[in-house]
Design a protein around this ligand. Structure first.
Ligand code: GLY
Length: 379
């Protein structure tokens, strides 16, 4: 591309790629910058689309955005499948939320009451109903509920599909590292660089470590359960995401740390919780242990919109635990903002300016800002 692009997107995880796709499909000239597209948070993420099961106390504005984005997912998945020709592993079997012990169930019930109070579809099940839905659950499991609208997609299929769709729409991916935003020449720059956004913009994005395992069902078969399972097992939260390929993703720790080491203790706790809920998992192969960094923010909600004092720079970052589910709404609203100049009211609670007078405009020092390959998308 010889002429100056209309839009440069820094970070080619799902959020950055989807923004690029939406903008390019509207006729804008788009360049994406990322040294290793899809190698950040989304590479580790399980891909749960969970607006209900992840609706937590005190986060009702975030819950509204999650619900809006989840409602966009069926059309987004269909359009992306059509545009890329790829199977993205989108499954709509719903999620079971279960408690192993009476205490686990008491904790889960309190959250369900809160979620039902918001009008979210979570349906408590009798033990027989729970086992009818998922016979592989351990007999010890005391109870559960069904979140019919919480689904899943495979992030490792999603990223290449989004890249294909973006490139077919005319976007270009450049592998270079962006060390500072002044290196980028475009009418509009969108920072979708996950944890790397902090160094590029001064925004308060911090790494939140998550350790995850991948298992595989024996003999090339499919997992013996079909729902996403979210459980509490002796106080340990765990989720189990079955793929038709035979893979099961087991996650995840939530740690205020920035390293990506995998620790034996974390693996032990995740496996114990997983096998307590679904005993057949003890027969599965362990195929991968991995850790990644979610881009967290002070209020755990994403940062979306124009950076104060930085004309032409937009943030689309800080998606923390919700990058995959928030990909469609983020892409649509940021593309709308770029093409119309009008901010959708949905963006109002998530502006970069809500954290006070920033961003950091200091020039980079000797160890100055560097784009990482961390993208913004973890679910
Ligand atoms: N949303 C799942 C996670 O962050 O682990």
């Amino acid at each position: 591309m010889l002429s100056r692009p209309d839009v440069a997107v820094v970070g080619a995880g799902p959020v950055g790629l989807a923004i690029a796709w939406r903008c390019a499909a509207r006729g804008l000239r788009v360049v994406l910058h990322d040294p290793a597209p899809g190698s950040g948070a989304s590479h580790v993420a399980a891909g749960m689309l969970a607006p209900v099961a992840e609706a937590y106390f005190g986060e009702h504005e975030l819950t509204g955005l999650l619900t809006d984005s989840a409602a966009r997912w069926p059309a987004f998945a269909a359009e992306l499948t059509e545009a890329s020709g790829a199977d993205i592993g989108y499954r709509t079997d719903g999620t079971l939320v279960v408690g192993l012990t009476a205490d686990d169930l008491a904790e889960a019930r309190r959250l369900w009451a809160y979620q039902r109070g918001l009008g979210l579809p979570v349906t408590p099940l009798r033990p027989t109903e729970l086992r009818d839905r998922e016979p592989a659950l351990a007999p010890r499991v005391r109870g559960g509920a069904f979140a019919a609208t919480d689904h899943q997609v495979d992030p490792r299929r999603l990223v290449p599909a989004l890249r294909t769709a973006a490139e077919r729409s005319g976007a270009t991916v450049r592998p270079g590292v962006v060390r500072q935003l002044s290196d980028v020449d475009a009418a509009v720059t969108v920072v979708a660089a996950g944890c790397g956004a902090a160094a590029l913009t001064g925004l308060p994005v911090r790494p939140v470590k998550g350790q995850v395992l991948r298992l595989r069902a024996p003999d090339g078969g499919a997992p013996g359960f079909r729902h996403v399972i979210r459980g509490y097992a002796d106080g340990e939260p765990v989720y189990l995401v079955p793929r038709t390929s035979g893979e099961v993703v087991v996650g995840a720790t939530v740690e205020e740390r920035a390293d990506t080491g995998v620790r034996a203790g974390a693996v032990l706790r995740l496996l114990r919780a997983a096998v307590d809920l679904l005993p057949e998992l003890s027969e599965y192969d362990i195929t991968e242990t991995v850790a990644g960094l979610r881009p967290g923010t002070p209020d755990n909600a994403p940062i979306l919109g124009p950076l104060p004092g930085r004309p032409g720079v937009l943030a689309a970052t800080g998606h923390h635990r919700h990058g995959i589910v928030l990909t469609p709404v983020t892409a649509d609203l940021i593309a709308d903002l770029i093409t119309t100049g009008v901010a959708d009211p949905l963006l109002a609670p998530f502006t970069p300016g809500r954290f006070g007078p920033r961003p950091d405009t200091r020039p980079p020092g000797p160890a100055g800002p560097q784009q990482t390959t961390e993208d913004d998308s973890w679910n």
